[in-house]
Design a protein around this ligand. Structure first.
Ligand SMILES: Nc1nc2c(ncn2[C@@H]2O[C@H](COP(=O)(O)OP(=O)(O)OP(=O)(O)O)[C@@H](O)[C@H]2O)c(=O)[nH]1
Ligand SMILES: [Mg+2]
Length: 410
């Protein structure tokens, strides 16, 4: 009887087993975004590596070695691989390590990372949010290019990594790894790792829930990479590599360098984890610090949970009280200054009054003195006139007498 039952095999999926497909379809429709920060000295191979990673030629000019400060070059590209669209933002340092005084070299990098967190926080706090249109520029990964010196990390490397390790997922790379021999490379790798550990620098930790990835990546850090988008002929195949007089270095050959491991880890296996770490760990830390600085907290002084509204109202009251206090202080200070001004003005007025009285007295004395002198002068004039009149009389008398004498003589 059983043999007669017709078995049907289902074509397609039914029920909630379709949920993952919904996510896949929606993600493909929306597209993905990924933001990479490349920190490394001028000419260390940043642009070449990014081109190699995304198998494209993202045109980029070479930087000069003569910038007085470190800057950042930000470029956004729309890439597509089969049906998947990727909005890629690449931020590269310009002039990094070229200054004599390297003290402030890491600051622009720190400021850029913080500014992207701040922009996202501001978007989050807006009343009308537009997360679908918002271009999230938070840095998902920092590729730190280490010079292939074969010795140890430079102090600038340690300083920069230390100041950004709590803000971004750092993946250390040994750039231009084709310039170091295989033996030296292994020693260099262990030296770098021990220096990172002794300086307590946190680098990106691969997710530990996937055993195969953990095993594949163990002992590989820092990735020793070589970049090139040039095609070179090896046997009958064309491969991407660098052609030297003594042979060809194949970029995608795992025996030659760690490029494939880096690409797999960055783009195939851990891109989502890097984004999650950025959002749930680094951004969360920034947000927490920022909100705490603004006075927000989850629990009150009595260790009881407090709501956002309660904090807001308490803050508003605190602000109002502070305003009142400041207004009172200002008024008090103003009154004090008015009093001070009044008393100085009164002093000045008194001084002026005294001066005026003094001058008045002096003037009156002068008037009296002058009056006396005038009277004296008038008396003198009268006396003079009298004397003059008397002398004129005498003179006239004398003239008359002389005339009489003359006439008598005739
Ligand atoms: N040997 C070797 N040379 C490389 C490698 N990657 C890049 N180069 C060469 O190094 C030079 C500089 O490479 P870029 O990719 O322009 O370096 P960059 O860091 O982007 O330089 P700026 O943007 O000017 O700071 C070029 O001549 C590259 O061909 C590498 O892995 N090994
Ligand atoms: Mg470049």
């Amino acid at each position: 009887q059983k043999e007669n039952i017709r078995c049907l095999t289902t074509i397609g999926h039914f029920g909630f087993e379709c949920l993952p497909y919904q996510l896949v379809n929606r993600s493909i429709h929306q597209g993905f975004s990924f933001n990479i920060l490349c920190v490394g000295e001028t000419g260390i191979g940043k642009s070449t590596l990014i081109n190699t990673l995304f198998n494209t030629n993202l045109k980029d000019k070479k930087s000069s070695h003569f910038y007085s400060n470190v800057g950042l070059k930000i470029q956004t590209y729309e890439l597509q691989e089969s049906k998947v669209q990727l909005k890629l933002t690449v931020v590269k340092t310009v002039g990094y390590g070229d200054q004599i005084n390297k003290e402030a070299s890491y600051q622009p990098v720190v400021d850029y990372i913080d500014a992207q967190f701040e922009a996202f926080l501001q978007e989050e706090l807006r009343i009308k949010r537009s997360f679908f249109e918002y271009h999230d520029t938070r840095v998902h990964v920092c590729l730190y290019f280490i010079s292939p010196t074969g010795h140890s990390l430079k102090s600038l490397d340690l300083l920069t990594m230390k100041s950004i390790d709590s803000k971004v997922n750092i993946i250390p790379l040994i750039a231009k790894a084709d310039t170091i021999s295989k033996n030296d490379l292994q020693k260099f790798k262990s030296k770098i790792m021990s220096e990172l550990i002794s300086n307590n620098i946190q680098i990106y930790q691969f997710p530990s829930d996937d055993e195969t990835t953990v095993q594949a990546n163990s002992g590989v850090l820092p990735f020793a990479v070589v970049g090139s988008i040039d095609e070179v002929k090896v046997g009958k195949r064309m491969v991407r590599g660098r052609h030297y007089p003594w042979g060809v270095l194949q970029v995608e050959n795992e025996n030659h360098c760690d490029f494939v491991k880096l690409r797999d880890m960055l783009l195939c296996t851990n891109m989502e984890d890097l984004k999650e770490q950025t959002h749930f760990y680094h951004y969360e830390c920034y947000r927490c610090r920022k909100l705490q600085k603004m006075g927000f907290t989850d629990v009150g002084p009595d260790n009881q949970p407090v709501s956002f509204q309660e904090i807001y109202e308490a803050k508003r009251q605190e602000f109002y009280d502070q305003c009142q206090r400041e207004e009172k202080q200002l008024k008090h200070r103003f009154m004090q200054r008015v009093k001070e001004k009044e008393s100085t003005l009164k002093d000045a007025e008194k001084e002026l009054q005294d001066k005026f009285e003094h001058l008045k007295r002096f003037q009156q004395e002068e008037i009296i003195k002058l009056e006396g002198e005038r009277r004296k002068l008038e008396e003198e004039i009268i006396d003079f006139c009298k004397t003059k009149a008397a002398s004129e009389n005498v003179q006239a008398q004398l003239c008359a007498n002389m005339r009489k004498d003359k006439e008598r003589k005739k």
